[in-house]
Write a protein that binds this ligand. Sequence first.
Ligand code: AMP
Ligand code: ZN
Length: 214
Amino acid sequence: MKLVILGPPGAGKGTQSKKIVERYNIPHISTGDILREHISLGTDLGKEAKGYMDQGTLVPDSLVLSLVQERISRDDTKNGFLLDGFPRNVSQAVSLDAELDKLGINLDKVINIVVDPKELISRATSRRVCSECGATYNVVAKPPKVEGKCDFDGADLITRSDDKEETVSVRIQVYTDQTSPLIDYYKAQGTLFDVDGSQSIDEVTKDIFEGLDK
Ligand code: AMP
Ligand code: ZN
């Protein structure tokens, strides 16, 4: 199971990714998570990436590519992997294909979560993240049991710094301009299938599993 999950900001990629990696027992490779980890550790890469991320624009390809190359060549990817947030543009997709070619593998499926663009701003700005464990919530679609507190550890929930409305609009525009061409790219490869992301979380998961088990 070598998979990519695509979808605009606020489509629920992170939530669905957790369920997919549990079911197929494969690592979740989120370039956004890896970059945020670098920022919190204060690495050089984190320092370089932070400005782009705060603005909602893409970090330069070269920085992200080396991260992904290193990550997919680790031993735990033998059963496969789920790439979430990568590739983000056609040039990254071409580089990924070249890298997979070198490793003698190819992508099995690309999951495309489709959401009405009019809904995206409110979906993305209602996201909350646990300040301790990183669990994600949505004040509308997936609220915590106690307002503002994580279900798992009771820690405070915060708004990700790039989930502010201005930044979310930039991220949606970046998605439209740079990432959405990947839909045609993977359609041409015959690996992509669409999932209606406007359904409930469980319904979306069910459609994804059906598409993957085909
Ligand atoms: P995400 O958590 O996937 O929404 O990513 C958060 C931010 O990290 C994005 O807005 C970009 O600034 C950066 N980022 C994550 N993945 C990539 C990527 N593949 N290429 C470039 N920038 C990325
Ligand atoms: Zn937590």
